[in-house]
Ligand binder design. Structure first.
Ligand SMILES: Cc1cc2nc3c(=O)[nH]c(=O)nc-3n(C[C@H](O)[C@H](O)[C@H](O)COP(=O)(O)O)c2cc1C
Length: 350
């Protein structure tokens, strides 16, 4: 049966379908609906006050007895930002002026948050999985989580990254193909133009590591799930597909843009957040394209206010290359629909 393997058994999943933990786009209601339907719900925790981390996990636990994946982006920010991003800030000022947003704020350094307060909460509430983007946390934090029974998952965009993650203690690796919406998980600074698509990356990672591999990037329906499982994945992780669920915290204009996207509507750029990520191309990206961005997440803090007017041309419209094939359904229904479609795909070849 395509849906059962060592990873699904360990996480007690009915379906090897993971909902990507997409920062503040994810909600306890979204994650719980996915887990209650037999998939794995995920919650982004980066940049949150520790009380909010606790609240989000407890909110999930009230709604679901299923497994949970909590996620952190791990980044480095220089201590001194006083001398960077002058041209970018000047361009942003013209956009702020258009919306009456006042002066562009001074950038402040900010550290990635998997600090001791967060770790304490995770060790107390014991999510079944903790996942990381942009590399793994320090070995003591990683080992503490593992000793508490939490599995460790991390994204790789190349075979070398996957091999390094296995060596450094990840229990599961995500093969993130270039099709993927959102941030590139790369932590070795491989140029985006050299990062492979999932059809190439996934079987090569499966060949190179002995831990389970989760496929991510452009997976949106039963056919693409079946293809990923055939290429050796133990599970799939879908981001863009879950953005259209009513439980996701996504602006209406963003949902509408996803429903109208086509295969060549997206691009990878660092001008929205300071790190390369895939978005629907819009006026905001084109306007900022010629200036060097501030480091992540300072750049994101400066572009976020522009979305408040509700104009999709000035929003961060995160999307993967297969947005066109996504459907708007409540999350639980979506998981069951994806599972049934995958079943049908495999039956066609039986
Ligand atoms: C809106 C959005 C936000 C994301 N944020 C995160 C994140 O915070 N952490 C993470 O590990 N992956 C994040 N991702 C990437 C996903 O984990 C996954 O690699 C990607 O969504 C798969 O490609 P797809 O969008 O084509 O399904 C994000 C993706 C999207 C679309």
């Amino acid at each position: 049966m395509w849906s059962q393997n060592a990873l699904t058994k360990r996480l007690n999943l009915e379906w090897p379908i993971l909902q990507a933990p997409m920062g503040d786009k994810t909600t306890p209601a979204l994650a719980a609906a996915v887990s209650n339907a037999g998939g794995l719900g995920g919650l982004g925790m980066s940049g949150l006050h520790p009380d909010n981390v606790r609240r989000r996990i407890e909110g999930f636990r009230q709604l679901s007895g299923g497994s949970l994946n909590v996620n952190y982006l791990l980044w480095e920010t220089p201590d001194d930002l006083s001398d960077v991003g002058g041209a970018m800030r000047a361009t942003l000022q013209t956009l702020y002026d258009k919306d009456g947003l006042g002066p562009v704020p001074e950038p402040t350094p900010s550290r990635s948050r998997m600090d001791p307060d967060h770790l304490e909460i995770l060790l107390d509430l014991k999510p079944e999985l903790a996942s990381f983007h942009f590399g793994l946390p320090a070995p003591d934090a990683l080992n503490a989580l593992k000793n508490a029974g939490t599995m460790i998952l991390c994204s790789a965009t190349t075979v070398a990254e996957a091999v390094a993650l296995e060596r450094d203690g990840a229990d599961v690796v995500i093969a993130q193909g270039i099709e993927a919406g959102g941030h590139r998980g790369t932590f070795t600074n491989v140029d985006v133009s050299m990062q492979p698509g999932l059809f190439s990356l996934l079987p090569q990672i499966v060949h190179a590591v002995s831990i389970p591999v989760v496929a991510a990037g452009g997976i949106v329906n039963g056919q693409t799930i079946a293809a990923a499982m055939m290429l050796g994945a133990s599970a799939v992780q879908l981001g863009t597909a879950f953005l259209r669920c009513e439980e996701a915290n996504v602006a209406e204009a963003h949902r509408q843009a996803l429903s109208e996207a086509n295969d060549s509507a997206t691009m990878v750029t660092d001008v929205i957040s300071g790190k390369p990520a895939r978005f629907l191309r819009n006026t905001l990206i084109d306007t900022l394209a010629d200036d060097d961005p501030l480091p992540f997440p300072s750049q994101l803090r400066l572009t976020t206010p522009l979305a408040e007017a509700g104009d999709p041309q000035y929003m961060a419209l995160y999307a993967g290359q297969s947005a066109k094939l996504t459907v708007a359904k409540p999350a639980g229904e979506l998981v069951r629909h994806l599972a049934a479609e995958t079943d049908a795909s495999f039956r066609r070849f039986a």
